[in-house]
Design a protein. Structure first.
Length: 398
């Protein structure tokens, strides 16, 4: 009995130490989202309820005026773009906007801008050719062993740089029960598939019951090894990550979460807590940042973002060049900017903080990685390489 008590005491001490350590990181590096005056009277119970957050989304200019001071350009952009692509901002994410700075990185991702009204000649309605590689409605099968499973048209927030503007927020693109079953049936009969990306919209716009139905069906298929859930709710609606949801995920591990933090301002205590719940439930969390002009096209911003993500147990996975989606050309940077950022990270910080810089090739070519020039020359068995300090080294093949 004494031994058992000792073991229990040791476990309790370790648990207390772990919680203390996590709280220390959380308190030193992260701050909660402020509560704007317009929602000051909302109870904590409501504010922390993801359903309430979705019901109270900022969708009109009248609502927006209670949170920020819109510019004339923002007013005009809203009036002309609203029919094409809705505005929808959760109170939580709206709370992160600077009310007086139109160049606030949160505001640029949330509030329509005049750049959206310009359709560049190279812009494409379906920039990644997802519809072309769709054997059944809702399934994009491009790579040999994995598919993307489109499960909903809804998102908690409608990001202004969205690559699926053609579908997101459009009720006509909603996934019906019939389409869901057709997608599951395709995955079940296609034995080459081992990895399923559950996406949308935002996969976590689905109810817990619907998500569990999808996961349980997939986990029953012997050839399915892993599945990934694509969501930006960790960024725009961290209240969505409830204890019940995480308890459900534990039954279907391994589960990978792919999320989409773009700027350090998005890394709040609420986001920290949401990621901690998922990590504690056994999920592996990867971040897919999109390189956006005026938001994160700066090596210092990306380094700060990635360092804090690692403290949240989120691995910087991809840094995407912005796609050729319609109305987002004002967000796109030169490709050289991405290479510059990778060069400023590689060697100057831990490798875990260096994502893959990729272009998702237009028309369905898939993800193509890009790197700065580290191979200077190759003749026979001799390689001339350059390191992160631009010093050259010779490597001889055996």
């Amino acid at each position: 009995m004494g031994l058992n008590l000792g073991i229990c005491s040791g476990k309790m001490l370790r648990m207390a130490y772990d919680i203390k350590t996590i709280n220390t990181v959380r308190e030193r590096r992260f701050s909660p989202a402020p509560r704007p005056e317009v929602w000051a009277e909302a109870s904590d119970k409501d504010w922390n309820n993801w359903i309430w957050q979705q019901q109270k989304r900022v969708k009109t200019m009248e609502q927006l005026e209670k949170v920020i001071n819109p510019t004339d350009d923002e007013r005009e952009a809203f009036a002309q773009s609203h029919e094409m692509f809705n505005m929808g901002i959760t109170p939580y994410y709206a709370a992160l906007m600077d009310p007086n700075d139109p160049n606030c990185p949160i505001r640029l991702q949330s509030v329509p801008g005049k750049g959206e009204l310009h359709i560049a000649p190279e812009d494409l309605e379906d920039p990644l050719g997802e519809e072309r590689d769709m054997p059944v409605p809702g399934i994009t099968h491009r790579y040999p062993d994995r598919v993307l499973f489109y499960t909903t048209h809804n998102c908690a927030m409608y990001c202004r740089h969205c690559t699926r503007k053609r579908k997101v927020a459009d009720p006509d693109s909603a996934t019906s029960a019939k389409a869901l079953e057709e997608g599951l049936a395709y995955i079940e009969r296609t034995k080459s598939i081992r990895d399923v990306v559950i996406s949308g919209g935002d996969a976590l716009s689905n109810s817990d019951d619907r998500i569990e139905y999808i996961l349980s069906r997939l986990r029953a298929m012997e050839h399915i090894e892993i599945f990934r859930i694509g969501t930006r709710n960790l960024v725009t609606l961290p209240q969505r990550i409830t204890d019940d949801f995480c308890k459900m995920l534990k039954k279907y591990q391994p589960v990978f979460i792919h999320t989409h933090f773009n700027h350090p301002k998005e890394l709040t205590t609420e986001a920290f807590d949401a990621c901690a719940k998922l990590a504690d439930a056994g999920c592996v969390i990867n971040n897919q940042m999109v390189l956006l002009k005026g938001i994160n096209d700066d090596p210092k911003i990306v380094m700060e973002l990635n360092h804090k993500l690692l403290m949240m147990r989120v691995r910087p996975y991809y840094m995407f060049q912005a796609d050729l989606a319609q109305g987002i050309s004002h967000f796109r940077t030169p490709v050289e900017k991405g290479l510059e950022i990778i060069k400023a990270l590689r060697g100057w910080t831990s490798g875990m903080a260096v994502p893959h810089f990729v272009i998702d090739a237009p028309g369905g070519g898939g993800k193509i990685p890009l790197l700065p020039k580290y191979v200077m020359n190759h003749e026979g068995k001799e390689w001339t390489l350059r390191n992160y300090k631009d010093k050259e080294y010779k490597y001889l093949e055996p």
